[in-house]
Design a protein around this ligand. Structure first.
Ligand SMILES: *Cc1c(COP(=O)(O)O)cnc(C)c1O
Length: 363
């Protein structure tokens, strides 16, 4: 008789299924025996890492026998100067997903609820369920967050609300006015997590800077990452900005060495490399324009996106189209919106290859 270990796991875990990451390039290479595969599946920065970051990491390599600075003094100082917030308001994470996990572990259990939107970031329900809390998914409005309905979904039991701005996988966003309306309607004892993973890509005037709202809303936690515009997805480094009280709580449950010394030095260097960031933004905007035009030429509609990705309506069985694209050597991402696939913005030639492949497989 073998033991059913799943039955022994906490009830929230029993309801989870493993996260489906974007397919790695070398996995598809092995399967198809072909080279030159284009991966536009995980919203990674197509530029590759900044040369300055590579140099800084190399110089730090001899230090890897030592534990990293548990408090991340230098990185917090750099973020603090960059954002003009006290270092005591910053929490470092092993990617910003780590911060989301810390928030769940600090505030969620089986007696409370977390609210998030339909078609939002998969990590919110994942964290909520893993903590055995009840997830309340609010129907999306035109693929975006329905902040009014999300406010209505808040009950006595709500402990955390997860917002993504821009949202992944839809690329939708909400403006300063709608966000502050929402924050004004939320009881102070409800923690609002504002996930700004794509903050650096947004250039719209009405787009709110969550960090600037922290003084007025002590129940707000803003999360950001170095994985996207800063091009450091594999380094696993992100952070939150919040009141020092909330930062102190997250710091109590944070694993002491949750960000490596290489990740810390990479992030410090990335923050000082404004040229790389500018180049990333420019390439993203040009790639976005190219894909939008390409989709229109193919008579495909898409969800206007403020991120470094775009979800396109392929108007048929999206999983079949996804698989046909794999055979063409292009990896994109299946998403929960029926008929849609998510495409990360790549290098110009990668975007063009995707459009050619799409045209071919859609006939
Ligand atoms: C990519 C992404 C993140 C970043 O995750 P990391 O752990 O920092 O790599 C966070 N939130 C959203 C909505 C994302 O799309």
């Amino acid at each position: 008789m073998s033991v059913d270990f799943l039955k022994l796991s906490v009830t929230g875990v029993q309801g989870l299924s493993p996260y489906q990451a974007g397919k790695p390039i070398d996995e598809l290479e092995r399967e198809l025996g072909i080279k030159g595969i284009v991966k536009l599946a995980s919203n990674e920065n197509p530029l590759g890492p900044s040369p300055k970051v590579l140099e800084a990491i190399s110089a730090e390599l001899s230090e890897i026998t030592r534990y990293p600075d548990s408090n991340g003094y230098h990185l917090k100082k750099a973020i603090s100067e960059n954002l003009k917030v006290p270092a005591a308001n910053i929490t470092l994470g092993n990617g910003s997903n780590d911060i989301l996990d810390l928030i769940g572990r600090a505030f969620l259990d089986q007696s409370v609820e977390a609210v998030y939107s339909q078609y939002s970031f998969v990590v919110y329900p994942m964290v909520t369920k893993a903590c055995c809390a009840k997830g309340v998914e609010v129907k999306a409005n035109n693929f975006g967050h329905d902040l009014g309905e999300m406010a209505n979904a808040i009950t006595e039991k709500t402990r955390v609300v997860f917002l993504a701005n821009p949202n992944n996988p839809t690329g939708t966003w909400f403006n300063q006015h709608d966000l502050t309306d929402f924050l004004n309607s939320v009881p102070q004892k409800v923690i609002v997590v504002l996930d700004e993973a794509y903050f650096e890509y947004v250039d719209t005037k009405e787009y709110p800077d969550g960090v600037s709202l922290l003084k007025k809303y002590p129940n707000l936690i803003v999360t950001r990452t170095f994985s996207k515009a800063y091009g450091l997805a594999a380094m696993r480094i992100g952070y939150s900005v919040s009141s020092p009280e909330l930062a102190d709580i997250l710091n109590r449950i944070r694993q002491p060495f949750n960000s490596s010394s290489l990740a810390q030095i990479a992030a410090i260097t990335a923050l000082s490399d404004s040229q790389y960031l500018q180049k990333s933004r420019k390439m993203n905007q040009e790639g976005m324009n190219l894909l939008e035009e390409g989709f229109l030429k193919l008579s495909l509609s898409y969800i206007p996106s403020k991120g470094n990705f775009i979800s396109v309506d392929v108007q048929k069985d999206a999983l079949k189209v996804y698989q046909d694209l794999l055979l063409e050597g292009v990896i994109v991402r299946p998403v929960p919106m029926p008929g849609f696939l998510r495409v990360s913005i790549g290098l110009p030639e990668e975007n063009k290859k995707l459009l050619r492949a799409l045209e071919k497989v859609l006939g």
